[in-house]
Design a protein around this ligand. Structure first.
Ligand SMILES: *Cc1c(COP(=O)(O)O)cnc(C)c1O
Length: 362
């Protein structure tokens, strides 16, 4: 890591790969001889058109997005897409939501504003304080729903779906904000995948959506044009000014990922990082992990010390070590280490060393 930079365990916005930051720095004043920064450039210019076109092409390539899917870049983040989903896809007024944490609950709340009680909770692990996701047996799915929505990686509770729920003919939609690009996925199993960019893709400023062709086109009359999957796909996400700079940085991240070996390589690194932390957690009894083993997240690792006081002390001590953002989300408490793609292995090693030291001292 460069001089003065610290290990930032933030849940988002989060670390970006250093080679990407350096590239952006190098291109900032005069992007490829254009005489200006990407921030200052018309989104309708030839130079920018190449950036957004490359970004989409690279995202398709790296994720293996099938040709019968549209890829969109939309402002409003993942929360904006929460509202867009029912407007675009729930023409019959029915949609099932599996609530496995904070964001899946948030997606359901937004859907209820649009289609009322037609948006249904079709399973939840709230009673277990979201220590795992529901099993197939615990789901109560409506075969007439327009879609079933899941949050694939639960950022706050540190859990992840390790299976795809069987939904019959009903398309599965997955919020992948906090796990996109962390490992290969089979996009064709989902009707839609989407997510905010600020965890693994880019700085904050947009959400990506990959939506299967046949699901587009039956939107509600009230759908604002900027939230219309149909209009946005016809206009290549350029109905209005897109978040030009974050999309540019996203393309730099994608090119970097392709350079290092794509998602297979990224997965290898993420498995190694998360195993280091979980193996330590499993080898001791000072810290208690929050998530059940079967559904542990590779990106957000949640745990606690024996009490709230020690959690606070742990956080204070971690700052002295040059770490930041290890405090758990207020809704679950305890501690959380978000170890997204850009967190180096050395960062997790240093964290585990500190955890050992702290446990020994208390
Ligand atoms: C961060 C996050 C969100 C919220 O993203 P915004 O872009 O801030 O709206 C939604 N879902 C998940 C899983 C997240 O991690």
């Amino acid at each position: 890591m460069s001089e003065g930079r610290i290990f930032n365990f933030s849940a988002g916005p989060s670390m970006l790969p250093e080679p990407v930051l350096k590239r952006v720095q190098g291109e900032l004043m005069n992007y490829e001889g254009s005489g200006m920064s990407v921030m200052e450039m018309s989104h309708r210019s030839k130079v920018y058109d190449k950036i957004i076109t490359d970004c989409e092409a690279n995202l398709r390539k790296i994720l293996g997005v099938p040709d019968n899917y549209k890829v969109l870049f939309l402002q409003g983040g993942a929360s904006g897409v929460f509202a867009a989903l029912p407007m675009n896809l729930a023409a019959n007024g029915k949609a099932d939501y599996i609530v496995s944490g904070n964001f899946s609950g948030g997606a359901l709340k937004e859907a209820k504003k649009i289609i009322g009680d037609g948006a249904r909770e079709a399973g939840t692990t709230k009673d277990l304080n979201f220590t795992r996701v529901p099993t197939q047996d615990e789901l109560d799915l409506d075969p007439e729903a327009s879609y079933v929505h899941i949050c694939y990686n639960n950022t706050i509770y540190g859990t992840k779906w390790h299976y795809d729920p069987e939904t019959g003919n009903v398309p599965l939609i997955a919020d992948m904000s906090s796990c996109i690009l962390s490992e290969p996925i089979d996009v064709s199993r989902y009707g839609v995948i989407y997510g905010g960019a600020q965890k693994n893709m880019a700085p904050a400023g947009f959400a990506f959506v990959a939506v299967r062709d046949d699901l587009i086109g039956d939107e509600m009359g009230i759908t604002p044009k900027i939230w219309s999957f149909k209009t946005q796909s016809e206009k290549a996400s350029m109905i209005n000014t897109p978040p030009t700079f974050p999309i540019y940085v996203c393309n730099c991240v994608l090119e970097y990922l392709l350079e290092i070996g794509g998602l297979e390589e990224m997965k290898k690194r993420n498995v190694a990082k998360s195993a280091l932390l979980y193996d330590y957690l499993d080898s001791q009894d000072f810290y208690t992990p929050h998530a059940e083993k079967i559904d542990r997240s590779m990106m957000n690792v949640t745990f606690r010390t024996p009490n709230d006081e020690l959690d606070k002390e742990f956080v204070a001590g971690s700052v002295e070590k040059g770490f930041t953002n290890l405090k758990g989300h207020r809704s679950v408490g305890g501690l959380r280490a978000s170890i997204y793609n850009a967190m180096p292995y050395e960062g997790v090693e240093a964290l585990v060393d500190y955890m050992k030291e702290f446990a020994a001292a208390h």
